[in-house]
Ligand binder design. Sequence first.
Ligand code: DGL
Length: 286
Amino acid sequence: MAEVAGPRSNHAIGVFDSGVGGLTVLNALRQVLPEEHLVYLGDTARVPYGTKSALSVRRYAEQAVCALSSRQIKAIVVACNTASAMALEHLQNCYPDLPVLGVIEPGAEAACRASRLGHIGVIATESTTNNQAYQKAILRLRPDARIRAQACSLFVALAEEGWHEGDLVEQIVARCLQPLLLTDQQFPLDTLVLGCTHFPALRKAIASVVGDTIQLVDSAQTTAEAVKRELETKALLNTEEGRGGLTFLVTDGPERFARVATNFFSERIDPASVELVDIQHYTAER
Ligand code: DGL
Protein backbone atom coordinates (compact mmCIF):
# COMPACT_ATOMS: atom_id res chain seq x y z
CA MET A 1 0.00 0.00 0.00
CA ALA A 2 1.38 3.42 -0.92
CA GLU A 3 1.46 5.98 1.88
CA VAL A 4 -1.77 7.95 1.90
CA ALA A 5 -1.47 11.71 1.72
CA GLY A 6 -4.36 14.05 2.52
CA PRO A 7 -6.37 14.53 5.69
CA ARG A 8 -5.48 12.61 8.83
CA SER A 9 -8.76 10.69 8.66
CA ASN A 10 -7.48 9.00 5.49
CA HIS A 11 -4.33 7.75 7.21
CA ALA A 12 -4.00 4.09 8.20
CA ILE A 13 -4.72 2.32 11.48
CA GLY A 14 -1.57 0.64 12.82
CA VAL A 15 -2.16 -2.85 14.22
CA PHE A 16 0.51 -4.51 16.29
CA ASP A 17 0.96 -8.06 17.57
CA SER A 18 3.83 -10.24 18.72
CA GLY A 19 3.42 -12.32 15.55
CA VAL A 20 0.59 -13.79 13.51
CA GLY A 21 -2.17 -14.12 16.14
CA GLY A 22 -3.25 -10.48 15.84
CA LEU A 23 -4.52 -11.34 12.38
CA THR A 24 -7.69 -12.60 14.10
CA VAL A 25 -8.22 -8.98 15.19
CA LEU A 26 -7.28 -7.73 11.71
CA ASN A 27 -10.04 -9.94 10.27
CA ALA A 28 -12.60 -8.25 12.50
CA LEU A 29 -11.25 -4.79 11.65
CA ARG A 30 -11.59 -5.59 7.93
CA GLN A 31 -15.22 -6.58 8.49
CA VAL A 32 -16.25 -3.70 10.75
CA LEU A 33 -14.17 -1.00 9.00
CA PRO A 34 -13.71 -2.22 5.41
CA GLU A 35 -12.73 1.18 4.03
CA GLU A 36 -9.88 1.74 6.49
CA HIS A 37 -6.23 1.32 5.46
CA LEU A 38 -4.46 -1.06 7.85
CA VAL A 39 -0.75 -1.47 8.55
CA TYR A 40 -0.06 -4.68 10.47
CA LEU A 41 3.23 -5.17 12.30
CA GLY A 42 4.10 -8.65 13.63
CA ASP A 43 7.16 -8.80 15.87
CA THR A 44 7.98 -12.28 14.58
CA ALA A 45 11.63 -12.01 15.63
CA ARG A 46 10.70 -11.84 19.32
CA VAL A 47 7.49 -13.88 19.55
CA PRO A 48 6.29 -15.32 21.94
CA TYR A 49 5.62 -12.43 24.31
CA GLY A 50 3.45 -14.64 26.51
CA THR A 51 6.37 -16.05 28.48
CA LYS A 52 8.41 -12.83 28.72
CA SER A 53 8.80 -10.35 31.58
CA ALA A 54 6.77 -7.14 31.77
CA LEU A 55 9.94 -5.12 31.23
CA SER A 56 10.76 -6.85 27.94
CA VAL A 57 7.18 -6.78 26.65
CA ARG A 58 6.91 -3.08 27.43
CA ARG A 59 10.15 -2.35 25.56
CA TYR A 60 9.12 -4.44 22.55
CA ALA A 61 5.68 -2.85 22.42
CA GLU A 62 7.16 0.64 22.70
CA GLN A 63 9.49 -0.04 19.75
CA ALA A 64 6.65 -1.50 17.67
CA VAL A 65 4.32 1.42 18.28
CA CYS A 66 7.13 3.88 17.64
CA ALA A 67 7.91 2.14 14.31
CA LEU A 68 4.24 2.28 13.31
CA SER A 69 3.84 5.91 14.34
CA SER A 70 6.77 6.87 12.08
CA ARG A 71 4.39 6.08 9.20
CA GLN A 72 1.17 7.96 8.49
CA ILE A 73 -0.92 6.45 11.27
CA LYS A 74 -4.05 7.90 12.90
CA ALA A 75 -4.60 5.23 15.59
CA ILE A 76 -2.93 2.13 17.03
CA VAL A 77 -4.54 -1.18 17.94
CA VAL A 78 -2.47 -3.35 20.25
CA ALA A 79 -3.85 -6.64 18.91
CA CYS A 80 -1.91 -8.74 21.41
CA ASN A 81 -3.38 -9.64 24.78
CA THR A 82 0.00 -9.93 26.47
CA ALA A 83 1.17 -6.52 25.21
CA SER A 84 -2.23 -4.98 26.06
CA ALA A 85 -2.04 -6.41 29.59
CA MET A 86 1.51 -5.26 30.24
CA ALA A 87 2.07 -2.16 28.16
CA LEU A 88 -1.17 -0.43 27.13
CA GLU A 89 -1.10 2.28 29.78
CA HIS A 90 2.58 2.92 29.15
CA LEU A 91 1.95 3.27 25.39
CA GLN A 92 -0.99 5.61 25.97
CA ASN A 93 1.26 7.79 28.14
CA CYS A 94 3.98 7.80 25.48
CA TYR A 95 1.52 8.84 22.74
CA PRO A 96 -1.07 11.17 24.28
CA ASP A 97 -2.10 12.52 20.85
CA LEU A 98 -2.64 9.14 19.23
CA PRO A 99 -5.59 6.88 20.09
CA VAL A 100 -4.02 3.62 21.35
CA LEU A 101 -6.51 0.81 21.97
CA GLY A 102 -5.93 -2.64 23.42
CA VAL A 103 -7.89 -5.90 23.39
CA ILE A 104 -8.38 -6.55 27.12
CA GLU A 105 -11.16 -4.03 27.87
CA PRO A 106 -13.19 -5.08 24.79
CA GLY A 107 -12.69 -8.76 25.69
CA ALA A 108 -13.83 -8.13 29.26
CA GLU A 109 -16.85 -6.22 27.93
CA ALA A 110 -17.78 -9.15 25.65
CA ALA A 111 -17.47 -11.57 28.57
CA CYS A 112 -19.65 -9.49 30.90
CA ARG A 113 -22.26 -9.10 28.18
CA ALA A 114 -22.33 -12.85 27.47
CA SER A 115 -22.25 -14.12 31.05
CA ARG A 116 -25.57 -14.78 32.79
CA LEU A 117 -24.25 -15.61 36.26
CA GLY A 118 -20.96 -13.69 36.12
CA HIS A 119 -19.02 -16.94 36.47
CA ILE A 120 -16.24 -16.25 34.00
CA GLY A 121 -13.16 -18.22 33.04
CA VAL A 122 -10.16 -16.66 31.31
CA ILE A 123 -7.56 -18.56 29.30
CA ALA A 124 -4.53 -16.67 28.08
CA THR A 125 -0.74 -16.75 28.02
CA GLU A 126 1.21 -17.12 31.25
CA SER A 127 2.15 -13.42 31.32
CA THR A 128 -1.44 -12.25 30.75
CA THR A 129 -2.91 -14.48 33.45
CA ASN A 130 -0.17 -13.55 35.95
CA ASN A 131 -0.72 -9.87 35.26
CA GLN A 132 -4.45 -10.25 36.11
CA ALA A 133 -5.45 -7.61 33.54
CA TYR A 134 -8.57 -9.53 32.46
CA GLN A 135 -9.60 -10.22 36.04
CA LYS A 136 -9.33 -6.51 36.91
CA ALA A 137 -11.11 -5.35 33.73
CA ILE A 138 -14.01 -7.79 34.30
CA LEU A 139 -14.38 -6.75 37.95
CA ARG A 140 -14.44 -3.07 36.98
CA LEU A 141 -17.45 -3.78 34.73
CA ARG A 142 -19.08 -6.38 36.95
CA PRO A 143 -17.94 -6.23 40.57
CA ASP A 144 -19.95 -9.34 41.52
CA ALA A 145 -18.21 -11.53 38.91
CA ARG A 146 -16.39 -14.68 40.01
CA ILE A 147 -13.38 -15.39 37.85
CA ARG A 148 -10.96 -18.28 37.34
CA ALA A 149 -7.95 -17.95 35.03
CA GLN A 150 -5.67 -20.53 33.48
CA ALA A 151 -2.52 -20.13 31.38
CA CYS A 152 -2.60 -22.19 28.18
CA SER A 153 0.57 -21.07 26.39
CA LEU A 154 0.78 -24.43 24.61
CA PHE A 155 -2.25 -23.49 22.48
CA VAL A 156 -0.12 -20.82 20.74
CA ALA A 157 2.12 -23.49 19.16
CA LEU A 158 -0.86 -25.70 18.25
CA ALA A 159 -2.61 -22.81 16.50
CA GLU A 160 0.51 -21.80 14.57
CA GLU A 161 1.11 -25.38 13.44
CA GLY A 162 -2.44 -25.51 12.10
CA TRP A 163 -3.46 -28.18 14.67
CA HIS A 164 -6.92 -26.79 15.23
CA GLU A 165 -9.18 -29.79 15.72
CA GLY A 166 -9.29 -33.57 15.98
CA ASP A 167 -8.94 -36.09 18.79
CA LEU A 168 -5.34 -35.32 19.70
CA VAL A 169 -5.95 -31.56 19.86
CA GLU A 170 -9.05 -32.10 22.01
CA GLN A 171 -7.05 -34.31 24.39
CA ILE A 172 -4.41 -31.61 24.80
CA VAL A 173 -7.07 -28.92 25.22
CA ALA A 174 -8.90 -31.05 27.82
CA ARG A 175 -5.70 -31.61 29.77
CA CYS A 176 -4.84 -27.89 29.77
CA LEU A 177 -8.38 -26.85 30.76
CA GLN A 178 -8.76 -29.50 33.46
CA PRO A 179 -7.91 -27.22 36.43
CA LEU A 180 -10.30 -24.59 35.14
CA LEU A 181 -13.20 -26.96 34.67
CA LEU A 182 -12.91 -28.77 38.01
CA THR A 183 -15.88 -27.57 39.98
CA ASP A 184 -15.28 -29.34 43.28
CA GLN A 185 -15.98 -26.67 45.91
CA GLN A 186 -15.93 -24.06 43.16
CA PHE A 187 -18.50 -22.34 40.99
CA PRO A 188 -19.34 -23.68 37.51
CA LEU A 189 -18.35 -21.35 34.66
CA ASP A 190 -20.91 -20.06 32.18
CA THR A 191 -18.49 -18.04 30.00
CA LEU A 192 -14.91 -18.53 28.87
CA VAL A 193 -12.78 -15.70 27.47
CA LEU A 194 -10.29 -16.69 24.78
CA GLY A 195 -7.77 -14.14 26.10
CA CYS A 196 -5.05 -14.74 23.54
CA THR A 197 -5.09 -13.83 19.87
CA HIS A 198 -4.28 -17.40 18.80
CA PHE A 199 -7.07 -19.15 20.67
CA PRO A 200 -9.98 -18.38 18.30
CA ALA A 201 -8.24 -20.75 15.85
CA LEU A 202 -8.90 -23.57 18.37
CA ARG A 203 -12.47 -22.48 19.08
CA LYS A 204 -14.04 -25.70 17.78
CA ALA A 205 -11.81 -27.97 19.90
CA ILE A 206 -12.25 -25.77 22.99
CA ALA A 207 -16.05 -25.70 22.49
CA SER A 208 -16.24 -29.45 22.24
CA VAL A 209 -14.20 -29.85 25.45
CA VAL A 210 -16.10 -27.29 27.57
CA GLY A 211 -19.55 -28.25 26.24
CA ASP A 212 -22.50 -26.05 25.37
CA THR A 213 -23.19 -24.72 28.87
CA ILE A 214 -20.12 -22.48 28.58
CA GLN A 215 -20.16 -19.63 26.05
CA LEU A 216 -16.89 -18.76 24.35
CA VAL A 217 -16.02 -15.11 23.74
CA ASP A 218 -13.01 -13.41 22.21
CA SER A 219 -12.08 -9.77 21.90
CA ALA A 220 -11.66 -9.44 18.11
CA GLN A 221 -15.17 -8.24 17.25
CA THR A 222 -15.60 -5.99 20.30
CA THR A 223 -12.16 -4.48 19.72
CA ALA A 224 -13.06 -3.62 16.12
CA GLU A 225 -16.31 -2.04 17.35
CA ALA A 226 -14.39 -0.05 20.00
CA VAL A 227 -11.99 1.19 17.31
CA LYS A 228 -14.93 2.29 15.16
CA ARG A 229 -16.48 4.20 18.08
CA GLU A 230 -13.15 5.89 18.86
CA LEU A 231 -12.61 6.97 15.24
CA GLU A 232 -16.20 8.24 15.03
CA THR A 233 -15.80 10.27 18.23
CA LYS A 234 -12.57 11.81 16.97
CA ALA A 235 -13.92 12.39 13.42
CA LEU A 236 -11.18 10.12 12.10
CA LEU A 237 -13.21 7.65 10.01
CA ASN A 238 -11.85 7.30 6.48
CA THR A 239 -13.92 9.33 4.04
CA GLU A 240 -12.53 7.70 0.88
CA GLU A 241 -14.61 5.23 -1.09
CA GLY A 242 -13.58 1.62 -1.72
CA ARG A 243 -11.81 -1.05 0.25
CA GLY A 244 -8.85 0.05 2.37
CA GLY A 245 -5.31 -1.12 1.64
CA LEU A 246 -3.36 -3.67 3.67
CA THR A 247 0.35 -3.45 4.50
CA PHE A 248 2.25 -6.18 6.34
CA LEU A 249 5.50 -5.59 8.24
CA VAL A 250 7.41 -8.26 10.15
CA THR A 251 10.65 -8.31 12.10
CA ASP A 252 11.63 -11.78 10.84
CA GLY A 253 10.62 -14.45 8.32
CA PRO A 254 8.19 -12.83 5.85
CA GLU A 255 7.62 -16.16 4.12
CA ARG A 256 6.81 -18.06 7.29
CA PHE A 257 4.52 -15.23 8.33
CA ALA A 258 2.58 -15.42 5.05
CA ARG A 259 2.34 -19.22 5.31
CA VAL A 260 1.26 -19.40 8.98
CA ALA A 261 -1.13 -16.47 8.41
CA THR A 262 -3.49 -18.79 6.51
CA ASN A 263 -4.41 -20.27 9.93
CA PHE A 264 -5.61 -16.89 11.20
CA PHE A 265 -6.49 -14.56 8.34
CA SER A 266 -9.23 -14.95 5.75
CA GLU A 267 -7.36 -13.21 2.91
CA ARG A 268 -4.32 -14.63 1.15
CA ILE A 269 -1.09 -12.78 1.90
CA ASP A 270 1.53 -12.69 -0.86
CA PRO A 271 4.91 -13.38 0.83
CA ALA A 272 6.60 -10.96 -1.59
CA SER A 273 4.42 -8.13 -0.25
CA VAL A 274 5.46 -8.67 3.40
CA GLU A 275 8.13 -6.12 4.32
CA LEU A 276 10.97 -7.02 6.69
CA VAL A 277 11.65 -4.20 9.19
CA ASP A 278 14.14 -3.64 11.98
CA ILE A 279 12.42 -1.92 14.91
CA GLN A 280 15.00 -2.39 17.66
CA HIS A 281 16.48 1.09 17.35
CA TYR A 282 13.15 2.85 17.94
CA THR A 283 12.33 4.55 21.24
CA ALA A 284 9.17 6.48 21.96
CA GLU A 285 9.28 10.28 22.20
CA ARG A 286 7.99 11.31 25.58
N1 DGL B 1 -0.31 -12.53 20.74
C1 DGL B 1 -0.10 -13.13 22.02
C2 DGL B 1 -1.29 -12.80 22.93
O1 DGL B 1 -2.37 -12.50 22.48
C3 DGL B 1 0.08 -14.62 21.95
C4 DGL B 1 1.39 -15.06 21.38
C5 DGL B 1 2.58 -14.69 22.24
O2 DGL B 1 2.81 -15.30 23.30
O3 DGL B 1 3.28 -13.76 21.83
O4 DGL B 1 -1.16 -12.85 24.12
